[in-house]
Design a protein around this ligand. Structure first.
Ligand code: ADP
Ligand code: MN
Ligand code: MN
Ligand code: MN
Ligand code: MN
Length: 348
């Protein structure tokens, strides 16, 4: 039915879907007709919404402004239509309380000579109408973990169609999806975004989350980024954050990595504050996680807060993996605090 209408010509006009982050780490969007195709994000008009309906502003001063910061070809409407990532601003010219991109962008810009790359591993879980992991027995549990990670076949993987659709939609949009895999817990999946430079990582990852919700909606499936969706002997979901600076990627880069470890170890508590809500239920020291309270790092150690992969240790250069962030953490805040800790504070 829908296909027939989607094919109708738009008479030269384009549709821009403005996407933003709300007051509870969720995503919102609304769309706007523009007179014609747009080449750069700078051509896009500012817009606004009712912040009292999204937990972002009080009712008596509810206008929140949307400032476009990145745009992508729209994989749902195709043609010249676009998806637009936005920052949220207040009428007094200050960033909205939930606009965490602003400070992160200032940090990235100030330290841009270090050419910082990020690659994030987004884990998530798909749920059915009852909020139970998709494909799990209605009043019970599947067989224990083991056959599901990178698995194939009925009863081992669930919703591969959603995963495929999401992969294609991201590539279509130029989102740098670098891979995907089925996870240890059945109905749990991972995809990686990156390497991306600086603030691009946060923009692309947030838009990829929007796509995931949007596609799963079409299949009548829910997405949860909860870090420990099922208590007990079931893996939690993380957002492993791979990081490198120009210095780390050059010969002898291990020195720069060691220096970063020293800096990270001193600010463990501050990092954990922005590494996701409910992360203590995931970071138990079991299921390939470190303990919540203590910073550790090691080569090839999946039980440490930060892992340096073996190839990197052998070559003496490369990148490190911060394994602490939970799947529901904000990539702007994660990448922002890592840059701040490694390279220094900046007044924004
Ligand atoms: P894991 O072995 O932990 O499952 P993945 O292959 O899932 O690792 O993810 C590794 C991530 O690291 C990818 O997103 C990739 O883009 C990213 N990455 C690779 N090289 C670098 C680098 N030099 N700097 C930052 N990120 C990198
Ligand atoms: Mn209205
Ligand atoms: Mn991975
Ligand atoms: Mn994983
Ligand atoms: Mn990893």
């Amino acid at each position: 039915m829908l296909q027939k209408y989607l094919q109708l010509p738009q008479k030269g006009k384009i549709i821009a879907e403005y996407v933003w982050i709300d007051g509870s780490n969720g995503l919102r969007s609304k769309c706007k007709t523009l007179p014609g195709p747009v080449k750069s994000v700078k051509e896009l008009p500012e817009w606004n919404f009712d912040g009292s309906s999204t937990g972002q502003a009080p009712g008596d001063n509810s206008d929140v402004y949307l400032r476009p910061v990145a745009m992508y070809p729209d994989p749902f409407r195709l043609g010249e239509n676009i998806m637009v990532m936005c920052e949220t601003w207040m009428s007094d010219g200050k960033p909205n309380a939930y606009n965490f991109r602003h400070d992160a962008a200032v940090l990235m810009e100030a330290h841009k000579e270090h050419d910082i790359w990020f690659g994030l591993e987004q884990e998530y879980t798909l749920l059915d109408d009852f909020g139970w992991p998709y494909g799990w027995p209605k009043n019970g549990f599947p067989a224990p973990q083991g056959p599901y990670y990178c698995g194939v076949g009925t009863g081992k993987v669930f919703c591969r169609d959603i995963v495929e659709a999401h992969y294609k939609a991201c590539l279509y949009s130029g989102i740098n999806l670098s891979g995907t895999n089925a996870e240890v817990m059945p109905a749990q999946w991972e995809y990686q975004v990156g390497p991306c430079t600086g603030i691009d990582l946060g923009d692309q990852l947030w838009m990829s989350r929007f796509y995931l919700h949007r596609i799963a909606e079409e299949f009548g499936v829910k997405v949860t980024f909860a870090p420990k969706p099922i208590p007990g002997d079931w893996n939690g979901a993380g957002l492993h954050t791979n990081v490198s600076t120009k210095e780390m990627r050059e010969d002898g880069g291990m020195k720069a990595i060691e220096k970063a470890m020293e800096a990270l170890s001193k600010r463990h508590t501050e990092h954990m504050k922005v590494y996701g809500e409910g992360n203590e239920s995931r970071m138990t020291g079991a299921h390939e996680t470190a303990s919540y309270d203590k910073f550790t790092w090691g080569v090839a150690n999946r039980g440490a807060s930060v892992r340096v992969n073996r190839a990197c240790a052998e070559e003496g250069k490369g990148y490190f993996e911060d394994r602490r962030p939970a799947s529901n953490a904000d990539p702007y805040q994660i990448t922002g605090i890592i840059v701040e800790t490694m390279l220094g504070k900046v007044e924004g």
